[in-house]
Design a protein around this ligand. Sequence first.
Ligand code: FMN
Length: 303
Amino acid sequence: MKKVLVLYYSQSGQLENVMDRIVAPLLKSDDIECDYRQIKPVNPYPYPWPFYRFFNTFPEAVNLNGCEVEPITVKREYDLIVLGYTVWFLSPSIPVAGFLKSEQAQRLFKDKPVVTVIACRDMWLIAQEKMKALLDDLGARLIDNVVMVDQGKSLYTFVTTPRWLLTGKKDAFWFFPKAGVPEAAIAASLRFGERLAEALRKGEEQCRAPMLRNLGAVNVNGKLIASERIAHRSFLIWSKLIKKAGEPDSKGRNIVITIYAVFLLTLILTVVPLNLLIRKLIYPFRKNTIDKAVTYYEQPSGR
Ligand SMILES: Cc1cc2nc3c(=O)[nH]c(=O)nc-3n(C[C@H](O)[C@H](O)[C@H](O)COP(=O)(O)O)c2cc1C
């Protein structure tokens, strides 16, 4: 009997819907015992988010400070851990970072093969690099990664995703598409669960090789790589400034957050489209370098 632990943290239920599909074949299988658990912060985060609460999480998310989470009812040992997480400011969400820094995670993850599942807007590359470091610290082995991103072009999701997170409204409006991951993609994530169930029956999780190859698990948009790296550098600087300005929700911090929000909006309206255009123009000349980076970020599962 194979034992699988599936963990996730989801606010609106979007990532939970993805995990439900992936976990279904594991729960149905007679030769797999699957524990399906939600990570719960001791002090829950709001959804939809009040504006200042949303940006107040920024420095702690970027610096992987984590938060206190409730202990999870688990067995002692698992053959495989599937970890679903969302991205907050180019980092694994604070509750997930908090859990991975807990003593319980140290016991559970040591020497264990891990499959990560991400559902986010479309900027997850740096978050997954941070996730790799967190898993390394725990002595775990990342063997697969599945990524789902919000529908619509990057410039549109800069509007649709924050609108959804700050108001709870997901519907299409004007020329903008519906917010979030397409429902068809969520439904189709069943294939990952089916493949994992089959692989577990064959004992493939014990090999170091990925189990989810050739299933379209990850599709990196090469034109977004540079934007994400630039954004990350600016996030490191701004997170220090915001942290220095005061404790979460203090007046000092909220003043710097206001300045930052105006800076970010200006950036999104000017530098981001310009950068996307420049990347498009120089793509033919930098094709080899970008293709190499795409292959790197698509590991271990690939397209
Ligand atoms: C505070 C915060 C910051 C976020 N930052 C990012 C980000 O940097 N990149 C990204 O692709 N998505 C980002 N998102 C979107 C989430 O990854 C995710 O798609 C959304 O919160 C819905 O997930 P849910 O299943 O928890 O409802 C952010 C969401 C929140 C709440």
